[in-house]
Each structure stands twice: as structure tokens, then as C-alpha cells.
Design a protein around this ligand. Structure first.
Ligand SMILES: [Zn+2]
Length: 263
């Protein structure tokens, strides 16, 4: 093994990748909680708005029904008055005119009575709608409370897990050779948890480009290598899934390398 090459075991690389994934998962969960609360707050506000609108509509319907009923009673009084005048009519012409007026007012009030019934039915429907909306507001409020409770419970746990994982990462990163530290930090800044990738078969697990055999051999010998295509720091999975042919090839290459070193 060439002593000039930096050394970093696949086990450490696997741990690094696991920790980066864990951290990004924890950070996502940390953001998810408040987002869920905001969504539940918005849902509650929307339901309350719909309820307020429905209550406003009910008020208008009730006012309309009251006005129609007042009008109906006023018309009835007017008809009674006309009927009294009819008894004291002094001419046929006056009598006929009064009768026509009474018939017209009766007709108008009959239409008004239908309208009143219709409006009262609408009031009834609107009250049912409001009961449903009140129920929805209650459910939305309960949902918000549940989400807030969950957030309050989760927050300290996630914070503690994050702190622990960050500390583990810091410690694990001390194993990274000085020669590649800057490159590693840069790819972590750019890619986060995707800064590393396991080799899958003969391919980079991140970008699926072919990993040349010589790169594979270097990694097998714990020499850290970055994917030429995507820049991810490559490593071998615990159950290295390279095809058998490749393993033989790499064994041969390793042997050759050892022989070279001996020479
Ligand atoms: Zn790649």
C-alpha cells in the first residue's frame, strides 16, 4: 500500500453517510412540526371564516323573512279595510273597483305567503349548514391542538437527537484525512446527505455512472475516492454488491498492487 495516499476506511465512510442521513432526516422533522401547526391553523381559520359567512347569510335570511311577514300582515290589514269599505260602497262602480282591488291584494299576499314559506325553508337549511360548519370548526380546533401537543412533545426529543448526531458526526469526521477535508466539506455543503454514495454493482449509487475498476480497487484499499461524474465521496456497502467477476478482478488487481509494492 502506498503510504502517500490518504486513508479512510469504508466503515467510517458508511458511518459518515448514516450520520448525514440521520441529520437531514432530523432537520426535516424539525421543520415539519411548525409547518404542520401552521397548516392546521390555516385550516381552522378557513372553517371559522366559512362559519362566519354562513351566520351572516342566516341573519340576512331572517331579516328578509321578518320583512315579508310584516308586509304580509300590513296587506291583510289593508284587505280587511277594503272589505269594510265594500260594505258601505255607494255605487256599483265603487263596489267593483273595491272588489278588483281586494282580488289583486289577495293575489299579492298569496305570492308573498309562498315567498315567506320558501324563505323559512332556507332559514331551516341554513341552520343545518351552520350546525355542520360548527362541527367542522370543532374538529379543526381539535386537530390543531393535537398537532401543537405533538410538536411540544417532539421538539425537545428531536433537538436532543440532533445534538447527539452532530456530536457523533464531529467525532467521526476527525478520521477524515487532512488531504481531502476541504473537498469533503465542500461536497457536504453542496449536497448535504448526498455528499456520499455507496457503490452499487459497478455504479455510483448517487449518479449511477460507471465506477472504473481502478477507483473500486482504491476504495477497497481504504483510499478515499470521489465519483468523477458527480463528486460524491464513494464507499463500499457492508454487503458489497459488486458482481463476482468484479470481485475477482479486484482481487487480482490487489494482488498486482501488492506485488508492485513489494518490488
Ligand atoms: Zn456519482
Amino acid at each position: 500500500m502506498s503510504p502517500s495516499k490518504p486513508n479512510l476506511s469504508n466503515e467510517v465512510l458508511r458511518t459518515l453517510h448514516r450520520l448525514h442521513r440521520q441529520l437531514s432526516d432530523l432537520r426535516a422533522r424539525q421543520e415539519q412540526g411548525p409547518r404542520r401547526v401552521r397548516a392546521a391553523q390555516a385550516a381552522l381559520a378557513q372553517q371559522q371564516k366559512e362559519l362566519a359567512q354562513a351566520q351572516e347569510d342566516l341573519k340576512k335570511l331572517r331579516i328578509a323573512a321578518d320583512q315579508k311577514q310584516l308586509q304580509f300582515r300590513a296587506n291583510e290589514e289593508k284587505i280587511k279595510d277594503l272589505k269594510r269599505k265594500l260594505m258601505t260602497a255607494t255605487s256599483n262602480r265603487e263596489y267593483q273597483a273595491l272588489r278588483d282591488q281586494i282580488a289583486a291584494d289577495d293575489m299579492a299576499n298569496s305570492v308573498l305567503a309562498d315567498e315567506i314559506l320558501e324563505t323559512l325553508e332556507q332559514v331551516d337549511q341554513q341552520q343545518k349548514k351552520i350546525a355542520e360548519l360548527e362541527n367542522k370548526v370543532t374538529l379543526a380546533r381539535e386537530k390543531l391542538q393535537a398537532v401543537e401537543k405533538q410538536l411540544a412533545e417532539e421538539t425537545p426529543i428531536i433537538a436532543a437527537d440532533l445534538k447527539r448526531a452532530e456530536e457523533q458526526l464531529r467525532q467521526t469526521e476527525t478520521a477524515i484525512p487532512v488531504e481531502i477535508r476541504d473537498l469533503y466539506q465542500r461536497v457536504v455543503r453542496q449536497r448535504g446527505e448526498d455528499a456520499l454514495a455507496a457503490i452499487e454493482g459497478e455504479y455510483c449509487g448517487g449518479c449511477h455512472q460507471h465506477v472504473p475498476i481502478n477507483v473500486y480497487v482504491e476504495i477497497k484499499m481504504s483510499h478515499p475516492m470521489f465519483c468523477k461524474a458527480c463528486g460524491r465521496l464513494l464507499y463500499l456497502a457492508e454487503d458489497d454488491s459488486s458482481p463476482p467477476a468484479r470481485k475477482e478482478q479486484s482481487a487480482a488487481a490487489r494482488k498486482e498492487q501488492k506485488e508492485k509494492e513489494v518490488v
